[in-house]
Design a protein around this ligand. Structure first.
Ligand code: ARG
Ligand code: GLU
Length: 767
């Protein structure tokens, strides 16, 4: 059965498509079977093998998971790594002080010796992907309970991993797809020495900040540069001053030719989480119950923190990153709900369910069960969201309490070694947390959210400690609890665990948290998990039934932080009746939004000067304007930040960093009419590095190309003249327009840099 699903997916015919070009986050190893033809039909000049190959260098070798939460790509043969400013934000912040404020002023290392190390950060590449469904699901066909199925799967995974010998910094991640109907293995290699190379000032990298976040038209230069370092054998190594710049298997050339409406775009990266195949009951709950609650909780917290940030520059610096990250999903959920409504997602889901039932009557029972389970789970899901938003996210004191509790639990359950092992990770985390902590701000958030919790949830979920006045409680906790004082807590945790246990057992903040968490577990979490397990199990069957009922449809798996390719075109959209948004913006738009000294829309004087002088160098578009951002119909989500936008030939044309507000429901229901991703134009990035920051030495490392005029791609250069340039016919056409300023043939600069000029171009520009 499972096999037949797999085969159906892979070999399904492509007529009667219900997935649109643009929709889908595809597994790179299945592109050949599922997508290549369509991609080429949309203008792509590469083959699937150029994108993902295990036998030769391919695009995938330039793509790295950045810290596990964003995407990044290698753009020079010296391991230069491009990602978003907002992805490197906490690193930039960690090197900043009020005097040396790299967030405000930007940072540019003059030479490799000035690049700044970032403990804990890593860049992870994918060496190989394998379909391991048959191995991992072996023996599960005839089991009747989920518990049994899961335990077989766990055993299979352990047994499979045991057969592999992995060198240091290599790993194998086995992940479920299509709700555990399939499994894929990802063989990875991680580089732990990743240094900060350059970042524009926030007035460029975060231009428009939260007001423009998730919005189009957009004018943010959301990029930052890092570099991967390796040991002298080009192997991953922990930070050492002796490490050298990493030599990648592939780095992306950068196109100077820019984009226009209709151009093919491919976005490569690590999308985090989507939920495309849910029943209507789940969508309804998100829309009507859970999103509104989470939005309100964050709105209250943001109002308080935002006010304090405006009053005090130090608080602004401390809270900038946290504020942005909380505001980010607050705004996203609002957009998501609006988009679900606007595109009638619920009606569409219901119509799809009807069609599904007509193809497979068995589904009727699934839907009935979903209906029951989703209504049963609703109160618990709501408490869960409240509890985790408050204690896990918005109130830092409670967040610290929860991590401290996990630490002490380790001591109680597993002894001192376990405590010390975990403390090694917790202590540095707390150190950086308290560096940016203000108990007075936190206290106000605590008070407001506790009030809200009591007001909106049934009394049975309110622990005794939370009753009474929230203000009095906040006074008591924040003046007595050691959790409000980072120095004291850290020295306690560095001492004997026994002392920490006895001290915390009398601590007002810690006790409040532990009582609350016990009540939460008893009254909500266990119940939630039990129902959720039934939903998961049903969702697996429901997913399978969708795939079997629509054999003509190509299915892509939900995002799960694994490597994916999405492709589409440069495309404007109609946000509302009668309004058309062009897909490209330019520097004139930055200047039009300029509000002097505003924390979101200030513009650096140097940028204004460059604009006035039209000093754009080779980076201007064909009309002499400086492009800034563009839109595409690529299906992206959180985690795709920092993903490269790649042209038909395999060159970098942009850097993904956001989606348009109207289309953020694409995580649940992609709609090609309004779902668009937002990218910074690669030419703006080059312009900022070169003209604004005068960091031309970084441009020299890169390989700039003009694919539209030369129509040549350089994915796989060898020293054989025929294959150096993929398009053999152009390989000999090397005239002066194809020479770089330093006298190398553009099409072969890369081969020559490697000391292996292809035969045909060996001398072509030298004369
Ligand atoms: N919305 C983008 C993403 O989801 C950018 C977020 C960073 N910017 C911000 N203002 N919070 O990550
Ligand atoms: N900014 C998002 C990120 O950090 C990408 C935008 C999205 O969710 O599409 O991954």
């Amino acid at each position: 059965m499972i096999r037949s699903v797999v085969l159906t997916v892979i070999f399904s015919c492509t007529s009667l498509l219900t997935v649109f070009a643009g929709e889908g986050m595809w597994l790179p190893l299945l592109l050949k079977a599922l997508n290549e033809e369509e991609m080429q039909g949309m203008g792509m000049k590469m083959s699937a093998e150029d994108i993902y190959s295990v036998n030769q260098g391919s695009l995938k070798d330039a793509i790295a998971h950045f810290g596990g939460f964003c995407t990044s790509e290698v753009i020079s043969d010296q391991g230069l790594l491009l990602t978003n400013h907002h992805c490197g934000y906490s690193e930039i912040q960690s090197h900043s002080t009020l005097e040396n404020n790299y967030l405000k002023d930007g940072f540019w290392a003059d030479s490799k010796g000035d690049e700044l190390p970032n403990p804990g950060l890593f860049a992870k590449f994918i060496e190989r992907i394998e379909d391991v469904s048959a191995i991992i699901l072996e023996g599960t066909e005839n089991v009747t309970t989920d518990a049994e199925r899961n335990s077989i799967i766990d055993k299979n995974i352990t047994a499979y991993k045991a057969t592999l010998k992995l060198a240091k910094f290599r790993d194998i991640e086995i992940k479920p797809f299509f709700n555990t109907n399939q499994y894929f293995a990802f063989i990875t290699i991680s580089y732990p020495d990743v240094r900060l190379v350059g970042a524009p000032p926030e007035s460029i990298g975060k231009f428009g900040a939260d007001t423009d976040n998730w919005e189009w038209p957009r004018h943010t230069g959301d990029f930052a540069l890092f570099r991967i370092y390796a040991d002298e054998n080009n192997e991953p190594a922990e930070y050492s001053p002796n490490n050298v710049a990493y030599a990648p298997k592939h780095s992306l050339p950068i196109s100077l030719d820019g984009v226009e409406e209709g151009d093919f775009t491919l976005v490569f990266g690590f999308p985090g989480r989507t939920r495309q195949y849910l029943p209507s009951h789940a969508v309804k709950q998100t829309l009507e119950v859970l999103n509104p609650a989470k939005i309100q909780i964050r709105e209250n917290a943001l109002d308080i923190v935002g006010k304090k940030m405006r009053e005090d520059a130090e608080i602004k610096l401390k809270y900038a990153s946290k504020f942005a990250s909380i505001a980010n999903y607050w705004k996203k959920w609002i957009g998501e709900s609006l988009g679900l409504e606007k595109t009638n997602a619920l009606d569409k889901k219901r119509a799809f369910e009807k069609e599904l039932v007509s193809r497979n009557p068995e589904v009727k029972r699934y839907l009935k069960e979903f209906d029951q389970y989703y209504s049963e789970i609703e109160p618990y899901a709501l408490v869960k969201d409240y509890y985790s938003e408050i204690s896990g996210r918005n109130v830092e004191l409670l967040r610290v309490a929860s991590i401290t509790k996990r630490l002490l639990d380790r001591y109680e359950n597993n002894g001192e070694d376990a405590y010390n092992g975990f403390a090694q990770r917790v202590i540095p985390f707390f150190e950086s947390l308290y560096k940016n902590y203000d108990p007075n701000v936190d206290k106000l958030v605590f008070e407001s959210l506790i009030e809200m919790y009591k007001e909106n949830l049934d009394a049975k979920y309110v622990p005794a400690g939370l009753r009474g006045s929230a203000q009095a409680l906040a006074d008591k906790v924040y003046s007595n609890s050691i959790l409000a004082d980072g120095d004291k807590l850290l020295s306690l945790l560095k001492g004997a665990p026994k002392d920490a246990m006895s001290m915390l057992s009398n601590d007002a903040g810690y006790q409040l948290y532990t009582d609350w968490s016990a009540l939460y577990n008893e009254k909500a979490a266990t119940k939630y998990s039990a129902i959720n397990a039934k939903i998961d199990s049903l969702q697996r069957l429901y997913m399978k039934s969708q795939m079997l009922a629509f054999p003509e449809k190509k299915f892509y798996p939900d995002a799960n932080s694994t490597m994916r390719v999405t492709y589409g075109q440069v495309n404007g959209y109609e946000p509302k009746d009668g309004v058309w948004y062009n897909p490209v913006t330019s520097l004139g738009g930055v200047i039009a939004k300029y509000v002097p000294d505003d924390y979101e829309f200030d513009v650096h004087p140097k940028l204004i000067e460059l604009y006035q002088d039209k000093d754009y160098g080779q980076y201007a578009d064909s009309e002499g304007k400086m492009p800034v951002c563009f839109l595409g119909s690529n299906h992206t989500t959180g985690g795709n930040s920092g993903s490269p936008a790649i042209d038909a030939y395999g060159n970098l044309i942009g850097l993904n960093f956001d989606r348009v507000w109207e289309g953020t429901m694409s995580d649940i229901n992609y709609d090609k009419s309004i779902c668009r991703n937002i990218m910074v134009d690669a030419r703006y990035i080059l312009f900022v590095i070169d003209k604004f920051a005068n960091a031309g030495h970084l441009i020299d490392e890169m390989q700039l190309v003009n694919p539209k005029s030369s129509n040549i791609n350089l994915i796989n250069p060898t020293d054989d003249g025929k294959t150096c340039c993929k398009d053999g016919s152009n390989c000999g056409n090397c005239d002066s327009s194809m020479c770089t300023p330093d006298g190398l043939c553009k099409t072969c600069k890369k081969c020559m840099k490697k000391g292996k000029p292809c035969k045909k171009h060996k001398n072509c520009c030298k004369s």
